[in-house]
Ligand binder design. Structure first.
Ligand SMILES: Cc1cc2nc3c(=O)[nH]c(=O)nc-3n(C[C@H](O)[C@H](O)[C@H](O)COP(=O)(O)OP(=O)(O)OC[C@H]3O[C@@H](n4cnc5c(N)ncnc54)[C@H](O)[C@@H]3O)c2cc1C
Length: 288
């Protein structure tokens, strides 16, 4: 449980962090809250020669209201997202998701940037970020670029982030009138990670579903949108029966993997149960 030796540098700016990543190609790691990286280092599953601490980089902090979207700095902790009046008012789905991450210690140290860069298959934010159609703003040697959520999660612990890029901000569209939302999960009893989690965002007008976004985390190697469920909802008058019918499709084609805690078959079952539960909660909220 003792990490291999490493050098430690406190970055002063994103530009400096990028330059250090370049200089130490593949041998340096960025450090944010340390709640995913340090356990890996203690197990020696990660052995970076250098840790670049992003802590002093103020440009990665804060939550900004830009009207149509909130811009959340990568170093914003889960607790700051969960308790921010701005996030709770404008993107309540994200606040509800953040409030369910781990425990108090994890929420006080863990950051949205670290969570999304790490892309743990059982992490919570990925489902919410997919349902909200957020965008990740990254900076690298070639400048800044924006990656939509649908292209961000590539595979197990793998994102679209380049090896010498820093995830700087997450741009999250604000929720609109008539939208109902929910984040529901079955937490692992020890860690709090999702055995399975579902994020729902439905737009209802006159009782009819105009748009539906449903995303699941915990089932397979990466979080995914449940497009068959979404298609089954759009254009329908949303009642309990329509929701139950659509939710049955949650397991249809869903890539689920066995792990130490749950079989793939059980996770597919949970996907149906939590999709139905999440959609009913979202529907209640859409109705006001
Ligand atoms: C006991 C426990 C329970 C947990 N429960 C949950 C849970 O229920 N749900 C959940 O979602 N998560 C859970 N987590 C994980 C937690 O949310 C982590 O904090 C998070 O996944 C990583 O964020 P971090 O800031 O700690 O990142 P770090 O551990 O510092 O970094 C993680 C990885 O991301 C990279 N990185 C960090 N910041 C950036 C950046 N800005 N740009 C590019 N790369 C970056 C690092 O180099 C590293 O590879 C749990 C962790 C623990 C220890």
């Amino acid at each position: 449980m003792i990490p291999a030796t490493f050098e430690y540098v406190r970055a002063r700016s994103v530009r400096q962090a990028v330059s250090l990543l370049q200089q130490h190609a593949g041998r340096a790691k960025l450090l944010a809250g340390g709640h995913s990286l340090l356990p890996l280092m203690k197990l020696r599953l990660a052995q970076p020669e250098m840790l670049i601490d992003l802590g002093p980089v103020d440009e990665l902090r804060g939550i900004r209201d830009e009207g149509m979207s909130l811009v959340i700095g990568a170093l914003t902790t889960h607790d700051e997202v969960a308790t921010s009046p701005l996030v709770r008012e404008k993107v309540p789905l994200l606040a509800e998701c953040a409030a369910q991450i781990g425990d108090v210690q994890v929420r006080n140290r863990g950051t949205i940037g670290g969570n999304l860069a790490h892309a743990d298959p059982a992490a919570d934010y990925p489902a919410a970020i997919l349902a909200l159609e957020a965008q990740m703003e990254c900076e690298g040697p070639a400048g800044t670029r924006t990656v939509p959520a649908t292209q961000w999660f590539v595979d197990l612990l793998t994102t679209a982030l380049g090896p010498d890029e820093v995830l700087c901000r997450v741009r999250v569209p604000v929720q609109t009138e008539g939208q109902g939302w929910s984040y529901t999960k079955l937490p692992h009893p020890a860690s709090g990670y999702s055995l399975l989690g579902v994020a729902c965002l439905v737009t209802v007008d006159g009782g009819v579903c105009r748009d539906a976004r449903v995303a699941v985390t915990g089932a397979g190697p990466k979080a995914v949108r449940l497009t068959k469920v979404e298609q089954a909802l759009v254009g329908k008058r949303l009642d309990q029966a329509a929701v139950a019918e659509a939710a049955k499709l949650a397991s249809d084609g869903l890539e689920a993997t066995d792990d130490l805690y749950a079989s793939a078959e059980y996770k597919r079952h949970l996907a149906v149960v939590y999709t139905k539960r999440g959609l009913l909660r979202a529907l209640e909220r859409a109705a006001g």
